[in-house]
Design a protein around this ligand. Structure first.
Ligand code: PEP
Ligand code: MN
Length: 348
């Protein structure tokens, strides 16, 4: 952080600034200029807010020189984080495909979807069992029964499960089943939940909030990383803008921006980003071309009967066609879709 003193600052005011800098655990380095002075405040992990210094007597301006997030930053960790999830890795050259329904609705629905997406090349199965619905009267999810069905699907197909957690109260039951915890857009700043997930050693897929900035997303990831959990995947899922033609607006810029700012893997959710089946494949392709490390896509065997997000859910055939296109784009990018390691078991 750089603190620039006003041209008419007094030695007492400079002393005051230096003592506040020290009291925040930072080391002050003073440079005297013509009629002014600059205090560089340097510290490893303490991240003070700029306002604390802006209000001090004699201070002209304050500027950050390092990111407010540390553990997630490329400044601190220049290499990409690459970590294994059952059967594949994420964050390296391979592109990970996560697919499945918005909600687990029944045993047959999740098993049918799991086999279909695995056949098409998916690496992991998504499915919500606690759903963050806008209305309390809408379907809220099957709870533990849904986790049982996902476990059966994992058994049959070899695909790990990605499931949204909405509250710490769900942690105990979910820990028994879940491979990757999804934090939904509405919970991106549920700091207690993030801290609780930071205590686990499970992979976390953290979705960007509906109106969250890229920096806010990275600060939320920092809550998980600060607990010692290094396995955080960031997810762009579209943001709210003035545009109403699509459910959200894909911030495609966020992908290369995040890849520059952080070493964490970045995936795109083209389903929630667009909200409509007609646009999912186009935006999935764009995401891979922009450098995403993976996709999380909603797929349903009968979208018209889906209890949630049917409008944006691909049929298995459409998903398979999308995977072919994604594979071609991955190749252009010098990457490949992560191969499926476990054999698909027959019958269910
Ligand atoms: C979901 O993945 O089904 C979901 C609710 O997503 P988001 O949190 O991005 O809205
Ligand atoms: Mn959904």
């Amino acid at each position: 952080m750089i603190i620039v003193m006003k041209s008419n600052y007094t030695p007492q005011q400079l002393e005051g600034v230096v003592s506040v800098v020290k009291s925040r655990g930072l080391t002050p380095h003073i440079t005297y200029g013509v009629g002014t002075a600059i205090v560089a405040a340097v510290g490893e992990f303490h991240v003070p807010s700029l306002d604390e210094f802006e209000v001090l007597d004699g201070v002209e301006s304050v500027k950050r020189i390092s990111q407010p997030y540390k553990l997630g930053s490329r400044q601190v960790h220049p290499e990409n984080s690459v970590f294994p999830i059952d059967g594949f890795t994420i964050g390296g050259d391979d592109i990970a495909l996560i697919a499945g329904p918005c909600s687990v609705e029944s045993r047959s629905q999740i098993l049918e979807t799991a086999h279909a997406v695995r056949e098409a090349g998916a690496n992991a199965l998504r499915g919500g069992v606690f759903k963050p619905r806008t209305s309390p009267y809408s379907f809220q999810g099957l709870g533990e029964e849904g986790l049982e069905y996902l476990a059966e699907a994992r058994e049959q197909t070899g695909m790990p499960m990605v499931v949204e957690i909405m509250s710490q109260t769900q942690l105990d039951v979910m820990l028994k089943y879940v491979d990757v915890f999804q934090v939904g857009a509405r919970n991106m700043q549920n700091f207690n939940l993030l801290r609780a997930l930071g205590e686990t050693r499970k992979t976390i897929l953290l979705k960007r909030g509906l109106s969250a900035t890229i920096e806010e997303l990275l600060m939320s990831a920092e809550y998980i990383l600060a607990g010692g959990n290094t396995q955080v995947i960031l997810c762009e899922r579209g943001i709210r803008t003035f545009e109403t033609a699509t459910r959200n607006t894909t911030d495609i810029n966020a992908i290369p921006v995040l890849k520059q700012l952080t070493h964490l893997p970045v995936v795109l959710d083209p389903s929630h980003a667009t909200g409509h089946v007609d646009f999912v494949a186009a935006i999935a392709r764009a995401g891979i071309a922009a450098g995403a490390d993976g996709l999380i896509v909603e797929v349903h065997p009968e979208p018209s009967k889906a209890v949630s997000d049917g409008k944006q859910s691909l049929k298995p055939e459409a998903f398979a066609a999308m995977v072919k296109q994604v594979k071609a784009i991955a190749e252009v990018m010098g990457r490949r879709v992560a191969p499926i390691k476990k054999p698909v078991t027959a019958g269910w």
